[in-house]
Design a protein around this ligand. Structure first.
Ligand SMILES: Nc1ncnc2c1ncn2[C@@H]1O[C@H](COP(=O)(O)OP(=O)(O)O)[C@@H](O)[C@H]1O
Ligand SMILES: [Mg+2]
Length: 302
């Protein structure tokens, strides 16, 4: 791992990877790495939360391990589970061996006891499915652990996460305790779909990423869509600001503005003044009502 020595260094490293971080983002992310505190990033969809975790991993030269959260996510999918199907398959293929083990047994109880003496062969690393949280503990050089969209998981899972983040250790009854050799850099993201617990927030450093300020977004577009000329870029940014000011169900995030400016390039448009503009808005707005509102309010009739 290479640890950035200051927020400025981190900011520069991120920029080299074409991720443009403002001073707040660079400083808070730097602190999370330096202090090894989990970083909780909240904000609307498409403002660069997930991408920041990815780029932090690249900047620190650490592998990125991602846990995507969803409703119903539990420890077996997040941490580990036994490879039940594989265990059964092995038992079937090795039927003769299993028979031999229980051969001398006279009753059921005795047969079970005979087999139980070999239980550790079935509950060994070979039959363990390592899910992301366990992987993050077992990466010797450390890792960036991205727990993405944690607000989609259930409160019970959040409580479990809190324990995990406190110890960076996990006890597997059959195998013992696995402790992180190097604690991972943890990034949690949330789209604000529900409030996270105060306990989880207390454990984390908190970063809110909002829709970007105009100058920041311009730098992002310049980095991500360098083929768009400066004047088109300016015009496009002003237009996006007008779109975001409309009363929309889902205002465009950065990913949408990048896509949209790319689509302008694909159509070889050099200015926004033209009848085709309205068709390009499909890259920017993903709800029928939003699209209609923006077309009515902001584009010339074809
Ligand atoms: N600050 C930024 N610098 C460069 N690209 C960015 C930035 N923020 C967002 N992006 C772009 O927007 C896309 C969407 O970001 P993402 O991380 O998926 O959003 P979120 O996780 O907040 O929903 C990314 O693929 C990235 O290309
Ligand atoms: Mg995301």
């Amino acid at each position: 791992m290479t640890q950035p020595d200051s927020p400025d260094t981190l900011q520069r490293q991120l920029a080299e990877q074409r991720y443009i971080a403002d001073d707040t983002v660079a400083t808070v992310a730097f602190l999370a790495i330096a202090m090894r505190r989990p970083l909780l990033i909240e904000g609307p969809a498409g403002v660069g939360k997930t991408e920041l975790a990815r780029q932090l991993a690249a900047a620190c030269e650490l592998p990125l391990i991602r846990l995507q959260c969803y409703e119903g996510l539990d420890e077996s999918k997040a941490l580990y589970e036994w490879a039940y199907a594989r265990q059964l398959l092995y038992i079937q293929l090795l039927k003769e061996k299993v028979d031999a083990l229980t051969d001398g047994a006279t009753g059921l109880r005795e047969a079970i006891e005979a087999l139980a003496r070999h239980e550790d062969a079935f509950f060994s690393e070979r039959f363990l499915l390592h899910r992301p949280l366990l992987q993050a503990l077992q990466t010797p050089e450390g890792a960036v652990l991205l727990i993405d969209e944690v607000d989609k998981s259930d409160p019970e899972f959040e409580a479990f996460l809190l324990e995990f983040l406190a110890d960076f250790a996990v006890t597997i009854p059959e195998l013992g305790t696995v402790r992180a050799a190097t604690p991972p850099v943890v990034v949690l993201t949330s789209n604000d779909q529900r409030d996270l617990s105060d306990a989880l927030k207390r454990r984390c450093l908190y970063l809110y990423i909002d829709y970007p300020a105009p100058e920041l977004e311009e730098s992002i577009i310049a980095a991500r869509v360098p083929e768009a000329g400066e004047s088109l870029r300016r015009e496009a940014m002003a237009f996006i600001r007008e779109v975001r000011a409309l009363d929309l169900r889902k205002p465009p995030g950065i990913s949408e503005s990048i896509d949209w400016v790319r689509s302008l390039g694909a159509l070889k448009l050099e200015t926004l003044a033209g009848p085709r503009l309205r068709y390009t808005l499909s890259a920017l707005l993903k709800h029928h009502g939003d699209l209609r509102r923006a077309i009515d309010a902001l584009t010339p009739a074809p």
